[in-house]
Design a protein around this ligand. Structure first.
Ligand code: SAM
Length: 216
């Protein structure tokens, strides 16, 4: 059986390079979305803070956040401006070029061209911010995603962001079902928040929710 060309395989950087280079980026908000801004203002959320304190890991430093599949990095720019210790990562060279342009000279964080599944983190994070990354991954990679986010977070750390729910087989975006997401994350996480999203882009409208999952 012949394999699809690289530009048609979302598990490869070529797929995303082509989209960034042709400006076909319907997931781009061009600014930090509302729920992220609210979350950052209220961080750490009360329940999570209590839990983290109980686990002895309440952060005494600016939160260390990882943004996998950061794309153009609007959200990374926002979190960096909040004073958060931000690592933004993407395996697409074209994404990293656009991210550099977004971040400019004021950026104090780390911008890495690397594969989320294999980069050498050398640390754990207080927070992993999810937006349009899980749904960019072909479904066979989802169990690896769950294992990797669990491994990269400190005890009590948070996986927070936008999750795209749909039973539509085609993607990206590859939609997940609520019970599938729970099946992936529940072995390592407890869900702390789940709410609808106020202002979605057309590609996600009516099918995304803001969720926060806490590492056990
Ligand atoms: C749909 S885009 C979302 C970009 C960004 N999170 C946003 O919301 O604008 C998905 C991004 O994930 C990146 N990506 C996909 N698989 C990756 C992997 N294994 N490692 C690092 N980045 C990856 C792609 O290059 C692309 O920039």
């Amino acid at each position: 059986m012949s394999e699809k060309p690289a530009g048609q395989r979302p598990e490869l950087a070529d797929f995303w390079d082509q989209r960034f280079r042709s400006g076909t980026t319907p997931w781009e908000a061009g600014q930090a979305p509302r729920e992220l801004r609210e979350f950052a203002l209220a961080y750490p959320p009360a329940a999570a803070g209590d839990q983290a304190a109980a686990a002895g890991s309440a952060p005494t430093h600016p939160p260390r956040v990882l943004i996998p599949g950061c794309g153009s990095a609007w959200d990374a720019a926002f979190l960096d401006r909040q004073g958060w210790e931000t690592t933004a990562l993407d395996f697409s060279a074209a994404a990293i070029e656009t991210a550099r342009a977004t971040l400019g000279d004021a950026w104090r964080g780390r911008l890495l061209r690397a594969d989320f599944f294999s980069f050498a983190a050398g640390t754990t994070y207080d927070l992993i911010y999810e937006r349009a990354f899980l749904c960019a991954l072909p479904r066979h990679l989802w169990p690896d995603y769950a294992r990797r986010v669990a491994e990269l977070l400190s005890a009590g750390g948070l996986l927070a962001g936008y999750f795209f729910f749909s039973g539509e087989p085609k993607g990206p975006p590859f939609g997940i079902l609520p019970e599938q997401l729970a099946g992936l994350l529940a072995p390592h996480f407890v869900r702390r928040a789940d709410r609808p999203v106020a202002e979605s882009l057309p590609v996600f409208a009516g099918r995304e929710r803001w969720q926060v999952w806490q590492r056990r």
